[in-house]
Design a protein around this ligand. Sequence first.
Ligand code: GDP
Length: 413
Amino acid sequence: MLEVQALYVPLEKLRNIGIMAHIDAGKTTTSERILYYTGRKHMLGSVDEGTATLDWMEQEKERGITIQAAATTCFWKGHRINLIDTPGHVDFTIEVERSLMVLDGAIAVFDATAGVEPQSETVWRQANKYGVPRLAFMNKMDKTGADFDMAIKTMIDKLHAKPVAIQMPIGSEKDFAGVIDLLKMKAIYWISEDGSQYVEEEIPAHLVSEAEDRREELISALAEEDEEILNLYLEDEDIPIEKLKAAIRRLTIENKIVPVLCGAAARNRGIQPLLDAVIDYLPSPLDLPPLRAQTPDGEAVEIVPSEEAGFTALAFKIQVDPYVGKLTYLRVYSGRLNKGSYVYNSTKNIKERVARLMFMHADKREEVEFARPGDIVAVVGLKNTTTGDTLCDENRPVLIERFNFPEPVISVA
Ligand code: GDP
């Protein structure tokens, strides 16, 4: 039996992210691998990774119940990551919009043999509309036809994005062997079948000059957008890795660049560096502008992610759980939500009681007493709340503006 505990982390260590992808690009595989590695880490704590007793199949069985959860909480290097399900299919446009609204960042998964495909354009534009900072993961690097540079180029041509490769693949197709981290200038190889063990080594001699060129490209792309990097670059200084990371983080959050990584999720390669990039480059709720909302008489207010502020949350998904019944997924924006309390649904002008609160993990539900700003929490007891409703304090009613006045969906020819 897996044991997980409510682990509240400081707000800056929280990441609410989604995975966006064209159908078949590998969203499911990537999400599963993320849950696998994060579950393992969390379960084992400081214990040596090699001593894990659960294998794929066992873990797969145990998480059977909640794998379909609209949001799953997992942990990576002291950070809590809420992985929010983002429907990828173009037919579910409204659903996509609702889930994008509650995300602070996203991983866009592409098939490295195809690059950007038509459906990815639609979701990408929706993410642009909500200003969701993104990382790109070029998946299926092991597949015949995989071409990292071609796939990156399609991001420029079709998405008008500014992709910045922070890795380079070592080999491709059947010879895909690992990646080079262009910040650390180290090669990473996965050495166990399930991908849980990997080593960092010196870059092989025949790839050093290509890696140096690509690092140069990375730095010059950052210098185009960031003055501090530009000055160091012009002075020909050796730029410390922490400065590069900070610039990548800032520019990603401002939606000026999209860091690009690669791997082969189905072959368990590339996931840990992707998780590192999530915590290094995607924002916490504190890094984003406050949510805009309005009072019932139309006055604009800003919702800051503080526990001291009045309670505000958005219901973004309803699911029926075979064991506990109707679960309403909320993103809490401000204030604290306590189990047993009453909340005011300002969209419907009703009061409802919060009977139970749960965090959903890959393998089980975890009941908690309260939820804090930034949290994604599943609530039992909200009988009449539907997707898109704002929940708040009765004595400080607000409506979340972005949802109530959606712009028309941009259609792609
Ligand atoms: P989704 O539709 O985006 O959720 O994609 P899936 O994760 O279901 O993957 C679609 C297909 O691609 C499946 O047959 C996967 O096994 C395969 N696939 C996923 N990742 C990789 C990969 O890294 N390499 C290869 N060769 N196949 C992959």
